[in-house]
Design a protein around this ligand. Structure first.
Ligand SMILES: Cc1ncc(COP(=O)(O)O)c(C=O)c1O
Length: 406
């Protein structure tokens, strides 16, 4: 006799709440009051933004950081600063948030999708190489879920074909590739501090780099085209106002002090969860890669095989898990299938008149499509719980499988 599932009216595996997010305390309260009372609320002349830039650059093993309004703007600024525009092609993975590709469109360039690797769900260097044309100027590997992409393969490819590398590290605060933090492994890298991110100020973003000229150009683009040493009304390049506020930087400084402990906790819980899930037929965890010396675990992703769950669909599984008190998500669809891409083709319409015609309705990345069909996501906040919380996740899956295979 199997236990009745909560989705069918049985008792759920858990009713207790998951760890709340964001985490904050006296540090955040004090710093926000301090910014308030100082009357210094914007970055111009402020001290919190430069303090945060130094601390974040150091944390990500980078020489320079430019704090900006959000992670989408960070990619757009990096592209503009590096001279990418109309007629240029930029290779991106399709398993990512819209901003990775939309910011390429925003600067008038053309995103070209290349498939991902099934092991880490990140851009496959071989697929990226096959997508290179004479117009290709840059490549944007995304460290999805907080797992670094194969930076050995991507940097070798970039060197061979003289391509710019912008890492989209929006989900990868503190992640490491071969002992070095991500972000400044290529020409520059971009981060997000939007509410769900492991480092959070509600909104916010940053560009990190080891190259002083790249940092200066990003600084100009983010500050309406000014230069660091120029006059107030002296605009050298086309930029915008993408300045972070002192409020955001204050919160981020306080949040930064919490990150190491949170990252440790997410890691140890993820390892425990993997050991548990590896015992369950029909659940495939992602294999470890020894070159990934630190996974940020913004998401915990596993693959669902319906044939081991009585043929029940992933949609049914997601619903059943939610009813058991374990919220999970299906995650992304292949980005080129998004309406914005299906309705228009790059190189025509309002985007940009120059460049190669790309018909996104003809793009197919089979690995990404399979992953979008069978992946299941758990969010980083669940990994801030304790060992018993991980046991509940595994118990819910086992309960569902037992009921559906009885
Ligand atoms: C991979 C990726 N790139 C870019 C972004 C954009 O960041 P933001 O939401 O701060 O604009 C996000 C965040 O949602 C993301 O997950």
């Amino acid at each position: 006799m199997t236990e009745k599932l909560a989705v069918d009216g049985g008792n759920p595996v858990r009713t207790s709440p998951w760890p709340s997010w964001p985490v904050f305390g006296r540090e955040e309260e004090e710093i926000i009051l301090d910014v308030l009372r100082s009357g210094q609320w914007w970055a111009v002349g402020g001290r919190r933004v430069p303090e945060f830039e130094s601390a974040f650059a150091a944390m990500q093993d980078a020489k320079h950081a430019v704090a900006v309004t959000n992670g989408t703007a960070a990619i757009e600024i990096a592209l503009r600063a590096l001279g990418i525009g109309c007629g240029d092609e930029v290779i991106v993975p399709p398993y990512t948030f819209i901003a990775t590709a939309s910011s390429v469109l925003a600067v008038g360039a053309t995103p070209v999708f290349a498939d991902i690797e099934p092991t880490n769900l990140n851009l496959d260097p071989a697929a990226a190489e096959a997508a290179i044309t004479e117009r290709t100027k840059a490549i944007i590997p995304v460290h999805i879920a907080g797992c670094p992409a194969d930076m050995d393969g991507i940097l070798a490819l970039a060197a061979k074909h003289h391509l710019i590398v912008i890492e989209d590290a929006a989900q990868a605060h503190a992640a490491e590739w071969r002992g070095r933090k991500v972000g400044a492994l290529g020409d520059c890298g971009t981060f997000s501090f939007q509410a769900s991110k492991n480092l959070n100020a509600g909104e916010g973003g940053c560009i990190v780099t080891n190259k002083e000229d790249v940092a200066d150009k990003c600084w100009s683009v983010h500050n309406v085209g000014r230069t660091r040493s120029g006059k107030w009304y002296e605009h050298h390049v086309l930029g915008g106002n993408f300045r972070m506020t002192e409020w955001q930087a204050g919160i981020l400084l306080a949040q930064l002090s919490r990150l190491p402990e949170q990252t440790e906790r997410r890691t140890s819980n993820a390892l425990r969860l993997t050991a548990l899930l590896d015992q369950i037929p029909g659940i495939r965890t992602l294999p470890p890669d020894e070159r990934v010396t630190r996974h940020a675990y913004h998401l915990y992703v596993f693959r669902y095989d319906s044939s081991e769950f009585g043929g029940r669909s992933r949609g049914d599984f997601l619903k059943a898990m939610g009813a058991e008190g374990v919220p999970v998500s299906a995650g992304y669809v292949p980005l080129y299938k998004e309406i914005v891409f299906q309705r228009k083709t790059a190189g025509v319409g309002s985007w940009c008149k120059a460049g190669r015609h790309v018909d996104y309705s003809r793009v197919a990345c089979p690995v990404c499509e399979q992953v979008c069909d069978d992946a299941v996501w758990l969010f980083q906040t669940m990994l801030l719980g304790d060992a018993a919380d991980m046991d509940d996740i595994a118990s819910a899956i086992e309960k569902i499988r037992a009921a559906w295979t009885a």
